[in-house]
Design a protein around this ligand. Structure first.
Ligand code: AMP
Ligand code: FES
Ligand code: ZN
Length: 300
C-alpha cells in the first residue's frame, strides 16, 4: 500500500510532478493551497472584488467554484455563480441539475441565463462545428454582459493549463499572434469588457477531477453532444506530460513570464467600436452575437 506523505494514511494518488503520494484529505488541502498560491502570485482576484464564477457543470468549472468558495472564506472577495442554459435538450437540463446541486451544497447564489430568451436556438444551426462556434460566441457575450449589468468586477472561468496549452499551440501554428491577453491568468477589462480571470490556470484537468472526487463536488461527466469528438492537441499535451511530468505547469508559468515581458493594452491593440444593435463592444458594425440572432429563427 502506498502511504500519504503527510499523514501516513492510504494514498489515493501519486502526483508524479511533485513526487508526492497523498490521501484524500491531504490532496484536497494540497490542491486548494496550489490554487490559492496561483491566485496570489498572479493577483488573479483582488481585494474587495465581486466575482462571477461561470459554471457549466463539468469537472473543471465545478472544481473552480468549489475551490473559490473555500478561498472566499478567508480572502476578501465575494462570489456568485452563473449558468448559461444553452437549450441543448437533455444535456443542458442535466447540467443545470448538477449546477443547482453544486451551488446548494456550497451555499453560493446561482444566476441562470437562458439563450432562448435572446431568440437563439442552437438546434437551428446546421453543422456541429457551427453550433459549437455559435455557442462559444453566445457564452462569451452573455458572461460579459451579465457580469457588467449586475455589478461584478470579474468573470471567472474553469480554463485549465491543458486548455491554455491547446489554445497556444493552435494559435501559434496558425500564425495568429493577437491572442496573448487570452492566455494570461487575469485579463484586465476595458470599456464595456469585464475583467476575465482563470483561477485554475496552473491546474490540470486530472487534478480538477481528483479534487471533485475527493471532495464529493457534484459534476456532470458527459460531453456536450455538439462538442468535437477529440482534441488532438490535448492528446499530444498528455503524451508530453506523461513523458515529462511537470511540463504543462512549467510551460504555462513561462508563458506568463513571456507575455508579461511584452506590453499590453487592454483591448490587445485592436481597434474596437460599439455594436449598432446592442451597443456591446465589437470590431465590426454588428457584433457576432447579434449576427447570430439575425440568422436564427425566433423561439415560438
Ligand atoms: P468551454 O468553452 O466549454 O471550454 O468552457 C470554458 C469555460 O466557460 C468553462 O470552464 C466555464 O467556466 C464556462 N462555461 C462553459 N459553459 C458554460 C455554461 N453553460 N454556463 C456557464 N459557464 C460556462
Ligand atoms: Fe457549446 Fe456544446 S457546450 S456547443
Ligand atoms: Zn450586438
Amino acid at each position: 500500500m502506498i502511504r500519504c506523505r503527510f499523514c501516513g494514511k492510504r494514498a489515493v494518488e501519486v502526483l508524479k510532478q511533485y513526487r508526492l503520494s497523498l490521501c484524500r484529505d491531504c490532496y484536497v488541502k494540497f490542491y486548494e493551497r496550489q490554487v490559492e498560491r496561483a491566485v496570489k502570485r498572479y493577483k488573479i482576484v483582488k481585494s474587495g472584488e465581486k466575482v462571477l464564477a461561470c459554471v457549466s457543470g463539468g469537472k473543471d468549472s465545478s472544481a473552480m467554484l468549489a475551490v473559490m468558495k473555500s478561498l472566499s472564506e478567508t480572502a476578501d472577495f465575494k462570489l456568485e455563480a452563473m449558468f448559461i442554459d444553452l437549450g441543448i435538450r437533455d444535456y443542458s437540463e442535466m447540467s443545470l441539475n448538477v449546477v443547482e446541486k453544486l451551488c446548494e451544497k456550497l451555499d453560493v447564489n446561482l444566476n441562470v441565463v437562458r439563450l432562448s430568451d435572446y431568440g437563439i436556438r442552437l438546434e437551428n444551426i446546421n453543422t456541429k462545428r457551427k453550433k459549437c462556434s455559435a455557442c462559444g460566441t453566445a457564452k462569451r457575450y452573455l458572461m460579459n454582459r451579465f457580469a457588467r449589468e449586475n455589478g461584478f468586477d470579474c468573470v471567472a472561468t474553469g480554463h485549465t493549463s491543458d486548455d491554455i496549452l491547446a489554445f497556444f499551440f493552435k494559435n501559434w501554428l496558425s500564425g495568429n499572434f493577437s491572442w496573448s491577453a487570452k492566455f494570461l491568468p487575469r485579463t484586465e477589462g476595458f470599456d464595456k469588457m469585464v475583467t476575465k480571470v482563470r483561477p485554475l490556470y496552473l491546474s490540470s484537468e486530472k487534478e480538477n477531477m481528483l479534487y471533485c472526487v475527493c471532495r464529493s463536488v457534484p459534476f456532470l461527466n458527459e460531453n456536450c453532444p455538439y462538442a468535437p469528438s477529440k482534441d488532438v492537441w490535448k492528446d499530444i499535451i498528455y503524451d508530453i506530460e506523461r513523458k515529462k511530468p511537470g511540463f504543462k505547469r512549467c510551460f504555462v508559468m513561462n508563458l506568463v513570464k513571456y507575455l508579461k515581458s511584452k506590453t499590453h493594452t487592454g483591448s490587445n491593440g485592436e481597434s474596437y467600436r460599439y455594436c449598432r444593435l446592442c451597443g456591446e463592444i465589437t470590431t465590426s458594425d454588428i457584433c457576432a452575437f447579434c449576427r447570430l440572432k439575425q440568422r436564427n429563427t425566433p423561439v415560438k
